[in-house]
Design a protein around this ligand. Structure first.
Ligand SMILES: *Cc1c(COP(=O)(O)O)cnc(C)c1O
Length: 394
């Protein structure tokens, strides 16, 4: 069959930049022309330990020589090891491993619905938030809502009630007899790096307890050390019932996970859920090394120290360029800069100076450096931002 003359071979669902990368090391990337970039995008918070981290390369290569895939027909030691480690360091008592963030959120939605089903009273509805992003499957776009994600994909999945982010009274008002859970990103990522107030998260926990609801946290972006804690909920002192993870979990190898308490997961019996690739030994071996590294003594303390340096520098830039840098927000190494100039133009100018960032909603430029970033890289990033804001200031 002859090829269509105009239609691209890659399904045109992305607006790609004209850059391609050939190689990476730590916080650095080199494009195919040999230009070097300071990577403050980290594959959208995925390359948590930077590029080509020696320990991850070693673990992946060793596993690749041993065994790639066996399926969930059998026990998988690499998967068991990862689950044990996640349970040891979090609220979780049980873990389901899948391949992406959307799948982790899907597993969370199914687990919440089955929880109430198993207790004899289906309560399928879930309260979600405006500005949320939970992935691109039909259930997760239905959960997040919004024309941009859902237009033309109707009928959407029923059962989500959206309320303003941070509005506890609106959550209370949205809870009805069929409500079974609340689903929230502790720090909204795609929506523009909007952290939930810790008091709001504690309010949600209390509300969930009062109504017998499960609190589901989507930590796909803000989890895995990004906020300076292994998981973002720790800072608020809130115990979730279910957490969705992905992005940083594999440090660049595709993997997702749903963490849950035994009680929340009570409905998930054999045959209720599954995934062919979920628990793949390559992915699990790498993710286990990522979690081991993040939880090693001192690592997260280093992340918090780098974050403090970054936030202090950004506060100085905000004071210096108040007309251009309208707001600095975020937690740890998950930072959003709301700018006067369109965020894509700010990102393009930063890229021209050799620094990568990620645009987000609400005209925000996201800074998501690898968690192994060092003080000199923070200084370089601040200098580069300074240059661009100076360019943009008349
Ligand atoms: C990226 C993201 C997802 C979706 O993850 P995929 O791996 O792209 O499916 C879900 N939730 C949040 C908060 C995310 O940032």
């Amino acid at each position: 069959m002859p090829r269509h003359p105009d239609f691209p071979v890659l399904l045109p669902v992305y607006n790609r930049l004209e850059v391609a990368f050939a190689r990476g090391e730590g916080v650095w990337l080199w494009d195919t022309e040999g230009r070097r970039y300071l990577d403050f995008a980290a594959g959208i918070a995925v390359d948590a330990l930077g590029h080509a981290h020696p320990r991850l390369v070693e673990v992946l290569c060793a596993q690749a020589r041993r065994l790639w895939h066996v399926s969930n027909l059998y026990r998988i030691p690499e998967l068991e090891r990862l689950a044990e480690r996640l349970v040891a360091h979090t609220f979780a008592e049980t873990v389901f491993v899948c391949n992406s963030g959307a799948e982790a959120v899907e597993a969370a939605i199914k687990t919440a619905r089955r929880h109430h089903h198993a207790r004899g009273r289906p309560r399928p509805r879930i309260v979600t938030f405006e500005g949320a992003f939970h992935g691109r499957t039909l259930a997760t776009v239905s959960a997040a809502g919004g024309e941009r994600l859902t237009a033309g994909f109707e009928p959407l999945l029923e059962g989500f009630d959206r309320v303003p982010f941070g509005d506890l009274a609106a959550v209370e008002a949205a809870v009805g007899p069929d409500t079974g859970a609340v689903l929230i990103e502790p720090v909204q990522g795609e929506g523009g790096v909007r952290p939930a107030d810790p008091a709001f998260l504690r309010g949600l926990r209390a509300l969930c307890d009062r109504h017998g609801l499960l609190l589901i946290l989507d930590e796909v972006q803000c989890g895995m050390g990004r906020t300076g804690h292994l998981l973002a909920y720790e800072a608020a002192g809130v115990r979730p019932d279910i957490v969705a993870l992905a992005k940083g979990l594999g440090g660049g190898f595709p993997i997702g996970a749903m963490l849950a308490t035994a009680e929340a997961a009570a409905g998930m019996t054999p045959g209720t859920h599954g995934s062919t690739f979920g628990g793949n030994p390559l992915a699990c071996a790498v993710a286990d090394a990522v979690v081991e590294t993040l939880t090693a003594p001192g690592f997260l303390k280093g992340v918090r120290a780098r974050a403090a340096e970054l936030h202090a520098g950004l506060a100085r830039l905000r004071a210096r360029y108040p007309e251009e840098l309208l707001e600095v927000r975020g937690v740890g190494l998950m930072v959003g800069l709301r700018t006067r100039t369109p965020n894509t133009e700010v990102a393009a100018r930063l890229r021209a100076w050799g620094m990568l960032t990620v645009p987000a909603g609400d005209n925000v430029v996201r800074l998501l450096p690898p968690l192994v970033v060092e003080p000199e890289h923070i200084r370089l990033a601040l200098d580069t931002l300074d240059k661009v804001f100076a360019e943009l200031t008349p």
